[in-house]
Design a binder for this molecule. Structure first.
Ligand code: GDP
Length: 297
């Protein structure tokens, strides 16, 4: 995971970390290498520019160049900026109501992004926290989606609501919410349909589902392996539907890191979880500090 960018960054950091004196030229060279490493990792161009300009400005100030440990100061600047780029942990908790009301989580994203799997992973996680969860099969486009969710629901021990023969996902979601309230379920996780590409029909459909159930969380599932494409699509969903957080799926298979490092800054919404494998247990909270440490080596 992130091997290439991590190798490059740890090399750059090591070359400066131990130095008792560094010049503006040293900083310039290191910042140039950081720029190349970020671009190679497929980080959004504007994000890269902002990152390196800020680093350059801060690291060529007297506070760094005249410090007793300038190399360490430089490393700290890069680390702090990397953490800020990834997000702040305060905003990463799920926005759920107390256990005596039904909170609603709407899952959305492109087909194949990992929505259905993530819905089940989240259900398991919340169940383990003591929540009474219900899953909703409102992906009525992909033929096997309902069955897939039922199988996953069984695996995680969470009931799955579906309406046989119903073609309108907003109606399914609304009926599910009524059922969840009746059954005193405190979290409802709604799996919606995706498409291979963005289209108006999909946006229109998701807006209707959203309006039918007023979600507390609208989670966009982004496939980390698709890099900047995932960022562009997240931006589109944010504008058309509104998102409250991102789940970055297939993080385990992402060798570059471009989506992780760009999403927060471009879309302005926190990454809340990462998918780290195909199994239902493979969902972790997203910790900016840990990722930044891993990248900087
Ligand atoms: P959907 O069409 O968005 O509902 O996508 P699915 O949930 O069906 O997932 C598509 C494929 O991605 C499946 O083969 C999943 O097992 C796989 N997948 C989902 N999340 C992850 C993840 O975090 N890591 C890995 N390695 N595979 C994942």
């Amino acid at each position: 995971m992130f091997d290439s960018i991590s190798d490059k960054f740890s090399g750059i950091m090591r070359s400066l970390a131990g130095k008792s004196k560094i010049t503006e030229k040293n900083v310039q060279e290191a910042v140039e290498e950081i720029k190349m490493a970020l671009l190679d990792a497929d980080v959004n161009l504007r994000v890269v520019r902002r990152f390196i300009n800020g680093t350059m400005e801060e690291a060529t100030g007297e506070k760094v160049l005249k410090a007793v440990d300038p190399g360490q100061q430089f490393v700290k600047i890069v680390y702090d900026r990397m953490v800020a780029l990834l997000g702040d942990e305060e905003n990463q908790k799920l926005l759920l109501k107390g256990p005596d009301t039904t909170s609603v989580i709407l899952m959305m994203g492109l087909q194949g992004s990992g929505k259905t799997t993530t819905a089940a992973k989240l259900a398991l996680r919340l169940k383990k926290e003591g929540r009474r969860v219900m899953l909703v099969a409102a992906d009525l486009v992909r033929p096997a989606a309902i069955l897939q969710l039922q199988v996953l629901g069984e695996a995680v021990g969470v009931p799955v609501f579906s309406l046989e023969g119903e073609k309108n996902p907003a109606k399914v979601a609304k009926a599910a919410l009524a059922q969840a309230k009746k059954d005193q379920r405190d979290v409802l996780i709604v799996d919606t349909s995706g498409r291979m590409h963005l289209d108006e029909t999909l946006m229109d459909e998701i807006q209707k589902v959203r309006d039918a159930i007023s979600p507390d969380e609208t989670l966009f599932v982004a496939d980390a392996m698709t890099g900047q494409n995932a960022v562009t699509i997240a931006k589109e969903f944010e504008q058309k539907v509104g998102i409250s957080g991102v789940v970055l799926s297939k993080f385990d298979s992402d060798t570059r890191g471009g989506a992780a490092l760009s999403l927060r800054s471009v879309v302005g919404k926190p990454i809340k979880f990462i998918g780290v494998g195909e199994k239902v247990e493979d969902l972790d909270p997203f910790y900016p500090y840990r990722i930044a440490s891993r990248i900087l080596g």
